[in-house]
Design a protein around this ligand. Structure first.
Ligand SMILES: NC(=O)c1ccc[n+]([C@@H]2O[C@H](COP(=O)([O-])OP(=O)(O)OC[C@H]3O[C@@H](n4cnc5c(N)ncnc54)[C@H](O)[C@@H]3O)[C@@H](O)[C@H]2O)c1
Length: 283
């Protein structure tokens, strides 16, 4: 499968690293960037062909050239840039090329409107841990995408994370949990480490303890859920000895409003996605 990654920032870059590590051949990937310097650096780093918008001299833009040869086109630009990018590549696309948007808030309908009639599209919501093979992706297919095309994309991404095919109405909530979620976890890691350093641990040690604890707890939780051997609440209880140290820590988190703060974070992220969708639709 020939893959075009249009825009190579945080998200498309993370997906590409995950795909290459999972065995996708660098020969099968072409990416685009705006600047020539960035194209050079990324081509050297990743071993793939990268075409820069600013160095193309032919009639076709970098995005058109990359899209023309692709079976799968991943749109990795900001939400407000997606429809312009769709319009730009529309005439270059093969009719059966599958166009996958990674953008928050850009609906299947917006993608279909901006692309040729009948073009297969998928709205996705990935997260950056795809870069290390531990990502999460939600996929919602458009009306012209066959089950086989959806399965091919699901199988490709499954090599670098967990893929969930969902209703489009669920994507904003999924964005609030797993799309934005890595940032909440990194925020927790920052504060765990800072608190450890405040209690006298060397800062590097505190950062390692926070990261390794989050990794171990995450692995343990996924394994327990997969094996039907517990859930987050039961694993938390197993750490919490009656009248022990954790009980005091959990009480402090509860008093400090962690449960309400997490609910508010997921709601705020999902609500912002809906707000951007309305802005993009001009409502
Ligand atoms: N960062 C995340 O964790 C994350 C998670 C899920 C979804 N997303 C979505 O991914 C998309 C990109 O976000 P990001 O965080 O990677 O932003 P980013 O700014 O890191 O990446 C966007 C890239 O696109 C490039 N670009 C812009 N216009 C271009 C054009 N016409 N041709 C080629 N390249 C172009 C920019 O130079 C930039 O490198 C957004 O729509 C966002 O909603 C991001």
């Amino acid at each position: 499968m020939r893959i075009a990654m249009l825009g190579l920032g945080s998200m498309n870059g993370a997906i590409l690293k995950g795909l290459l590590a999972s065995g996708v051949s660098a020969q099968d990937v072409v990416a685009t960037t705006r600047s020539a310097a960035s194209a050079c650096a990324r081509a050297e780093e990743l071993g793939i062909e990268v075409v820069a918008e600013e160095s193309v001299e032919s009639e076709r833009t970098a995005n058109q050239q990359a899209a023309a040869s692709a079976d799968l086109v991943m749109l990795g630009v900001k939400p407000h840039q997606i429809t312009d990018l769709c319009t730009e590549i529309a005439d270059a696309l093969e009719p059966d090329a599958v166009v996958v948007s990674v953008a928050a808030a850009v609906t299947v309908d917006m993608l279909q409107q901006a692309l040729p009639q009948g073009q297969p599209v998928i709205r996705s919501m990935p997260n950056t841990p795809l870069s290390v093979g531990r990502g999460v992706v939600g996929l919602a297919a458009g009306e012209h995408t066959s089950a086989q095309q959806l399965h091919r994309v699901r199988d490709l991404l499954s090599a670098c994370g967990a893929v969930h095919v969902v209703e489009e109405t669920q994507i904003d909530a999924l964005t609030g949990v797993s799309g934005s979620g890595p940032a909440y976890v990194f925020f927790l890691a920052e504060h765990l480490a800072a608190a450890g350093a405040e209690r006298g641990l060397p800062p590097e040690l505190a950062a390692d303890l926070a990261a390794q604890t989050i990794q171990g707890a995450g692995d343990m939780l996924v394994s327990a859920l997969n094996q039907g051997a517990g859930d987050a609440a039961s694993l938390r209880q197993a750490v919490t000895s009656p009248n022990g140290t954790t009980e005091r820590g959990i009480a402090a988190l509860t008093e400090g409003g962690l449960p309400q703060a997490v609910h508010a974070a997921v709601s705020a992220s999902a609500a912002r996605a809906a707000e951007i969708s309305r802005d993009l639709a001009g409502e």
